[in-house]
Design a protein around this ligand. Structure first.
Ligand code: PEP
Ligand code: MG
Length: 568
């Protein structure tokens, strides 16, 4: 089998540009670029006073024509594409924008220059607002370019229709252009600007076109050269070795069809079961997850239900919320986690102390030491929601660091007839897994926090992302020792952090002895499909090879070599 695409592997010597992954997928094809947009001469003489009324009329006629055309295209599109086209049509008819341009025209500005000046003014405001508003600047400039072309009697600016499948490279595509793309002809999309939530990315996702945005150096890549785009890795290889590129595309297609065909339950090709579960945060999320082939819930993050609550919900209110989630997976395994409040997820009613370092502060189970009532009431609510359910829901505590914490939590859970477990997120807990397992029935490894605390690197820091990579051998060593402790104790150990969403790593985890993998719904089929292609022995070999490495890249390479010896 092969895991997720690796830039170093697929590009082999080609110049590889990096950006932000937006839509997964791999494609290789020649590059095409949009035709340059019309740039009118802004230094022209002021319009004579007697002509200004007709200049204004020409401007309003051009904006109306552009709005009509965008509206018309919206009626032929669907989903996000239709929404974007309608929103852009509304922009072309926006009273505020038209009004600013009309004032310039009344002062003597030619219509095209007035449209551009009004656009610049709005773009500056949007950019200052940042976030989603800043990403709308491309939409606005696109509308303006269309109006300028209309005023000049020129054809609408836009992308070429290539003769054969191509990869479109652009500064940032106009949403109206993206919405009109034919996925059979434009097989990849790469932009030097934009974000993963820009309209370009949203529509590319809807059309299923692999897309990478915010790529440094893309402007220097000319049309005509062969490129290999990898939407998961966020890379564009320029002039890749043709054979390597063809192999990468073929492997991607194979993986896609394998994933689409996988329906569970989780097991290796020789029948070793590994439960494939989903992470959820509420009933709506659980319902959405049902469209994916998971066997149950491996992590219900309860604190996420209450982030906007001023006061603690009553036991009855909590029970209703938990019951709704349990109902979605009635008859299946459900693992619910008690409140992991604190650090990046503070709850107003949890009475967090003022802390200089909240990630190392009173978080998760530590809140119970200050106020055991919150935990007791939550366990009462879980017990009420779990009454008469088969199988009995499993309940676990976050941020356990000592065996004593596990012992007292397990007693409280057992007293309510529920199945107790704890998360392994703190290196101390991984190192004392045997002692903790004396008290609880299962462990679930939170690799997100385990990586953060093992590597002393904030999981929220983009700058330190290489350190919080779950492939860090130090992190994997702790995961492996926890799994071994579970195997010796005859108690199941699962993984519910992001590591469980990585198909290649999933095989390694199975090799360590991990019995369940819980990830976001969208990730589970790829994980299940990857496991179904390897034997338990393959996984064990990969696990041993990974543990012999000393950096994430080598760990990945070792896993790949063990699981994919012929380099399919
Ligand atoms: C983890 O830390 O890996 C985990 C699953 O918990 P959370 O991401 O909610 O902190
Ligand atoms: Mg955690």
């Amino acid at each position: 089998m092969s895991g997720p695409p690796q830039v170093t592997r697929i590009s082999q010597g080609a110049l590889t540009l990096r950006g932000t992954p937006a839509v997964p997928g791999i494609a290789a094809a020649p590059a095409v670029r949009p035709a340059p947009r019309l740039r009118p001469d802004l230094r022209s003489e002021p319009v004579a006073e007697s002509d200004r009324a007709s200049e204004r009329e020409a401007f309003l006629a051009a904006t109306a024509a552009v709005a009509d055309r965008l509206r018309e295209r919206a009626t032929h599109a669907s989903g996000a594409a239709a929404e974007v086209l309608s929103a852009n049509a509304a922009m072309a008819a926006d009273r505020g924008w038209l009004g600013v341009a009309e004032i310039s025209i009344a002062a003597g500005s030619p219509a095209a220059a007035a449209a551009i000046a009004a656009t610049d003014q709005f773009a500056e405001v949007f950019t200052k607002l940042g976030g989603l508003m800043a990403e709308r600047v491309t939409d606005l400039r696109d509308v303006c370019d269309r109006v300028v072309a209309e005023l000049a009697g020129a054809p609408e600016p836009g992308i070429p229709t290539p003769q054969r499948p191509s990869i479109l490279l652009a500064d940032d595509l106009a949403p109206a252009d993206t919405a009109g793309l034919d996925p059979n002809l434009i097989v990849g999309l790469a932009t030097s600007r934009g974000g993963p939530t820009s309209h370009t990315a949203i529509i590319a996702r809807q059309l299923g076109i692999p897309c990478v945005v915010a790529i440094a150096g893309l402007d220097d890549v000319p049309a005509g050269v062969q490129v290999l785009i990898d939407g998961s890795a966020g890379s564009v290889a320029v002039g890749p070795d043709p054979e390597t590129a063809a192999r990468a595309v073929a492997e991607y297609r194979r993986r896609e069809s394998r994933t689409a065909a996988w329906t569970g339950p989780g097991a290796t090709s020789d029948g070793h079961p590994v439960e494939i579960l989903v992470n959820v945060q509420d009933a709506a999320g659980a319902r959405a997850a049902r469209s994916h082939p998971a066997e149950g819930i491996g992590l219900f993050r309860t604190e996420l239900c209450f982030l906007d609550h001023e006061s603690e919900p009553s036991v009855a209110e909590q029970a209703d919320i938990y019951r709704d989630v349990f109902d979605v997976y009635a008859g299946s395994k459900v693992v619910i986690r008690t409140l992991d409040a604190g650090s990046d997820k503070p709850l107003r009613f949890a009475d967090h102390p003022d802390e200089a370092n909240p990630a190392l502060g009173v978080r998760g189970i530590r809140i119970a030491a200050r106020d055991s009532g919150i935990l007791d009431r939550q366990l009462d609510a879980i017990a009420s929601a779990a009454a008469d359910r088969i199988p009995t829901p499993w309940v676990m505590a976050p941020m356990i660091s000592t065996a004593a914490e596990a012992k007292s939590f397990a007693a409280a859970v057992r007293a309510r007839g529920l199945v107790p477990g704890v998360m392994i997120e703190v290196p101390a807990a991984a190192l004392l897994a045997e002692a903790i397992l004396e008290h609880v029935d299962f462990l679930s490894i939170g690799t997100n926090d385990l990586a953060q605390y093992t590597m002393a690197a904030d999981r929220m820091s983009a700058e330190l992302a290489a350190l919080t990579d779950p492939w860090q051998p130090a992190v994997l060593a702790l995961v492996a020792r926890t799994a071994t402790a579970g195997t010796s104790a005859g108690k199941p150990v699962g993984v519910c952090g992001e590591a469980a969403a990585d198909p290649l790593l999933a095989c390694v985890l199975a090799g360590f002895g991990i019995r369940s993998l819980s990830a976001a719904g969208a990730a589970v089929a790829a994980v299940g499909a990857a496991l179904s292609e390897v034997t338990l022995d393959d996984c064990r070999r990969a696990a041993a090879a990974v543990l012999a490495t000393s950096d994430p890249e080598r760990a990945r390479a070792a896993a790949r070599a063990a699981l994919d010896p012929v380099g399919r």
